[in-house]
Design a protein around this ligand. Structure first.
Ligand SMILES: C[S@@+](CC[C@H](N)C(=O)[O-])C[C@H]1O[C@@H](n2cnc3c(N)ncnc32)[C@H](O)[C@@H]1O
Length: 221
């Protein structure tokens, strides 16, 4: 009865959103506040993806995590709420305006002490962590910043993760453009190339999940 992933009609998606996950009121308010920014709100992850990531973090027993591309802070917040009291999120972004909204919500959720926001190019932040001797010590990484940097974030996350740790890479289906060969802009090509690379990468075990805009889970062997 289910040899392939189901297509969502609007009615089925409404049903899924009603019964498929729980979203804390604070997270819903953050989505509403982000909507006020206009079209760029679409950079935010969906609530179902947030809930899924929180569950993964709990299942992993994660304590140290990376949030690569923080925006208004939804992914960092949902992960921080799922971490134990001594858990940590290193949040990477270049934008202080969007992350000032994030900081407000992290305070409201009583998790600001768990989130260490590093403003600057994520590749520099990740390299600083490697240089500081933190290789092999992270449990979970979420990659959701500029697509041209994805390959670099993937490689550095692999160094920073412990064996058995998990990388979640967002936007791997890129609104369907990965399969439309008439689309050849830089971001699309970068995502396509990384998808091909990860598929053949025997350092990880993978599953590409059709949630949100596509989320690849890559578990470090
Ligand atoms: C898709 S949004 C992240 C959404 C976020 N994960 C959430 O749950 O709402 C991408 C973010 O990456 C940031 N970004 C872009 N280039 C970056 C870079 N080189 N280093 C770090 N962050 C970057 C942008 O400022 C933006 O906030």
């Amino acid at each position: 009865m289910s040899a392939q992933t189901i297509n969502f009609t609007p009615e089925l998606y409404a049903y899924y959103q009603r019964l498929g996950f729980h979203e804390l009121p604070l997270l819903k308010t953050l989505r509403e506040e982000t909507h006020k920014l206009g079209n760029i709100y679409a950079q935010q992850i969906s609530p179902e993806q947030g809930q899924f990531m929180a569950l993964l973090v709990e299942l992993l027993g994660a304590k140290k995590t990376l949030d690569i591309g923080t925006f208004t802070g939804y992914s960092a917040l949902v992960v921080a709420l799922a971490l134990p009291l001594d858990g940590k999120v290193i949040a990477c972004d270049v934008n202080t305006e969007w992350t000032s909204i994030a900081k407000k919500f992290w305070q409201a959720g009583n998790v600001a002490n768990k989130i260490d926001l590093r403003i600057g190019p994520a590749t520099d932040t990740l390299q600083q962590l490697i240089n500081a001797g933190e290789a092999g010590s992270f449990d979970f990484a979420f990659i959701d910043a500029d697509k041209s940097g994805y390959d670099n974030y993937y490689e550095k996350s692999l160094i920073l993760l412990r064996s058995g740790g998990l990388i979640a890479i967002d936007n791997v289906l890129w609104g369907g453009d990965v399969a439309d060969l008439s689309v050849n802009d830089g971001s699309t090509k970068a995502i396509r190339a990384l998808n091909e690379k990860i598929f053949k990468d025997d350092r990880v075990k993978i599953s590409m999940i059709p949630i949100g805009d596509g989320l690849t889970l890559a578990r470090k062997k």
